[in-house]
Design a protein around this ligand. Sequence first.
Ligand code: C5P
Length: 231
Amino acid sequence: MNPRDRLIVALDLSSVAEAEAMVAKLGDAVTFYKIGYQLAFAGGLAFAETLVRSGKRVFLDLKLHDIGNTVGKGVESVAKLGATFLTVHAYPQTMHAAVDARKGTNLRILAVTVLTSYDDADLAAAGYDFTVSELVAERAGQARDIGVDGLVCSAAEAAQIKPIVSDGMVLVTPGIRPEGADKGDQKRIQTPAAAISAGADYLVVGRPIVAAPDPRQAADAIVREIAAAAE
Ligand code: C5P
């Protein structure tokens, strides 16, 4: 894979106008964008179609979870937007419904095993009798058996998950910070090079690019680091 196509820039912005300005600034330095709740619910779904028509790839980070029928119908609509990746929570019913509904389209389903803001105490409070590490492993195995296309995981989890998932499954890793970058609210961060070495296929990067004084230069530097680590 071209190292540039392994970088996904998170458009965590509050309006389509801001997102358009950022995409124009980044130009051909970035080929893949992630749209989450904030932008999706502020006109970002129509903007996703515009991005796809302009030749970019789009990851819709909507983390779906509902009864199977509702998930399936939602996935069919997302596929029509032309998105490449869509996230769902890694519950077996939800994953089955999403994988069935994406058949015959170009959409690929990514499962979120356990949210990275959860620790063992949060899982216990939510009624689970598993540690984070046990539940991540359990759900990664279920995702593989159901035929999910990939998983979102922290770079620290990538090495644990890689042996569980099948060869064709992709690992998509947020929480990326180049050496010396501001951590923000991310706790378990890795550099681009470390994430690639741990087995990540795609890196999701938001603030280190979007909030940089020169976003294009920041994106180019990360692509160079991906290329060097992938050699
Ligand atoms: O700005 P930053 O690089 O921290 O952005 C990371 C992006 O990845 C954000 O859009 C965040 O919501 C998303 N994400 C994450 N951790 C997860 C899943 C998604 O940081 N486990």
